[in-house]
Each structure stands twice: as structure tokens, then as C-alpha cells.
Design a protein around this ligand. Sequence first.
Ligand code: ACO
Length: 378
Amino acid sequence: MSTQNGFAPGLEGIVAAETQLSHVDGLKGELVIAGFPLAKLAANAAFEETVFLLWHGRLPTKTELNDLKNELAALRPLPTATLNLLRAAAPAQTTPMDALRMASATLDLGSSKGDHLNTAKMIIARIATIVASYHRLRQGEELIAPDPNLSHAANFLYMLTGSPPSDARVRGLETYLNTVVDHGLNASTFAARVIIATQSDLVSAVTGAIGALKGPLHGGAPGPALDTVFEIGSADRAEAVLQAKLDAGERLMGFGHRVYKVRDPRAEVLSAAAEKMYRADGDMALYDLAKTVEETAVRLLAIHKPGRNLQTNVEFYTALLLHGLGLETDIFTPTFAIGRTAGWLAHCFEQIKYGRLIRPQSRYIGKMDNEWTPLAER
Ligand code: ACO
């Protein structure tokens, strides 16, 4: 949809912020994170390095990186009230994304009011603890205390299982978290900026962003994308199953993007990371099946919606990579939130500096001269 008389229904093409955090070129299929081409940053940086880069605009020195790692590690334990909430949410069958949204709102309980940077560190550290802890509770398992000697990514995997993860798995998760850390003015980032622009607070901004990320048109697609691969089961069924979905008017999860009209560069990075991991220690047959599903889906979508350029998006290979890391489908989107929280907070810092309330307009299309009917006469 395009702008009509100053009205852009999905705000397409409207520039509502200037940012130094990421540059998305949807026609070339390029993503630059704080000056680094995605492929260079994602596969090399520790997640904490990426956090520092987004928050300070440069890479950390060795000492700065160690300091940040230690600070985040010390902030991991959750307030008792947050844990109690998670313990109550599990038997009520609350989904992990809803539990994350509820729990994130309690994050500043018990922590003294610090400056924005300290609050941001606390949020980053604890979001991962919430996701891992809630997963354990849902499985009916005891909680595992965070290990301050492990990195952010390694500790998250450790808190899910209780076993120290292999280096290959930690690298796989770091690559994923770096890949999804920021992406222009996407829906959840916009939500965070709108909230912080009112001079609200970082916990509110992140909680609102989590609510926006949850929807299947944004971060909620990787679970269903993997379900489709499993439903297809073997390469010879790909065409029939996908065609039936399109005939039934369903959207193929993991394909199409508001901005990218070529293959999402994040799909490229995650597909390479997934291939590496599956080759080293995984089910290569599943990786090969996913490749066939991808090729078939892109081919069928070109016929189904000619001229729309519906290509693979980040979610398709997110699903495969996170599955290869041993994560259950229902924590794919919460794990996305662990990475994107760093971007949300960085955008909040930019918005705070910019200091302008975000307040677009609506065009009234309702009636103007209704007659008032008293209640008794309706
Ligand atoms: N499968 C089938 N048809 C599709 C798909 C798809 N995956 N994506 C778009 N279309 C169709 C739409 O039905 C629409 O058809 P129409 O014009 O006849 O109504 C046309 O292609 C254009 O779609 P829009 O909805 O205008 O595209 P938009 O830019 O609004 O949507 C979106 C992008 C929401 C991502 C869409 O492609 C989609 O629903 N994809 C599946 C869900 C998904 O993978 N979400 C994750 C996105 S990545 C992220 O946010 C992290």
C-alpha cells in the first residue's frame, strides 16, 4: 500500500527516526549493524560485544568487554516477585511469550533506581533468566541458578538444561542473537521508541516491545515455520503440502517481508550458521529437507503472488538453527526477544537523546452530526 493524501496505512515509506544502529536496504538485501555488515559481525562477535557496540557506538576494549560480561552476570538473578509470578504462570498454561511479557513488567522490583545504562544492563541480564527459568518451570523441572562464569549465551543454554553447552552451540546462539539484535524501525522497536518518547521508562518500553514482537506477523513466525517443515516430513511432499496451504488462503510462515524484496540477509547468515552446526552435530537430513521446503515455497509464492517478490525471511532459518541448538519451538520467539532487547534499549537511548514525543495524526472518517438519543429511547 502506498501513501494516499498523506495517509500511509502501515506507515510504509514514512521515515520516523534517524538512527546509527542499523541500516536495512530491502532492495539490495543488505543489513548493516552500527557500521558492520551483518555477516562480519554476527559470526565473530560475542553477544556482549554487540550490546556494547549498539549502546556506545564502538567495539569495546578487552577490559570494557570483561567488565560488561561481569556486570551482566551479576545482574542475572530474578527478584522473588518475578519468580513467584513465573511459578504461578506455569500451571495456568501461560505461553512463554505471555509469561515473558508479564515478568518483564516486574523487572525493576527490588532494584534501586539507577541511571538508564544500569537499568538497561539489568533488563538484558534478566530477560534471558526469565526465558530459561520459565521453560524449566513449564517442564515441571527445578530451576537452575545462573552461572556467573559463563557468557550471556552460554549461561542461557546452561540454565535451560543444566549441562554446560558445547562451544559450537554457544557460537551458534551468539550468531543468532547478533543477527536479530536490531533491524531498523520494525514494529517492536517502533513500539519501544513510542513508549520511551513519552518520557516513560525502559522497563515499560521493553515490555511494550515484547507485546509487539509476539504477533505472528512479526516475531511469532519461526515456530509455525518449523511445524510446516515437520508436517511436510519428506522432500517429495513439499509441493503438495505448501500448495494446499496457499490454496486454503494461508500465509507460508518464514516468507515475505515488509522491507526485503530479495532474500533477507539474515536468512543467509542463519542458514550458513545452521548448516555448520547441523554438519558438526545435528540431523543433516532435516537441514536438507528445510532447503527443499525453502526452494519450493519461494517458487510457489512467485506463482501465487506474481510481482510481490516473496522471499525467505529471518524466521525460516531461525527455526532451524534454534531447533538445532536443542530449543523447544515455544521458546523461539522469547529467544528472539533476548537478542532484540539490546536493540530496543539502544533505540530507547537514541530516542531519549532526540527528545521528541512521537505523535502522528489520524484522519477522521466517521460521522459528524449524530443526533443524541436518550438511553431510555434506545
Ligand atoms: N504467504 C502467502 N502469501 C503472502 C505471504 C506469505 N508468507 N506474505 C505475503 N503474502 C501475500 C499477502 O497475502 C498479500 O496478498 P494480497 O496483496 O493479495 O492481499 C501480498 O502477498 C503482500 O502481502 P502484504 O501483507 O502486503 O505484505 P506485508 O509487507 O504487509 O507483510 C509479512 C509482510 C507480514 C511479513 C508477510 O509477508 C507475512 O505475513 N509473512 C508470513 C509471516 C512471517 O513470516 N512473519 C515474520 C516476518 S519477519 C519479522 O518480522 C521478524
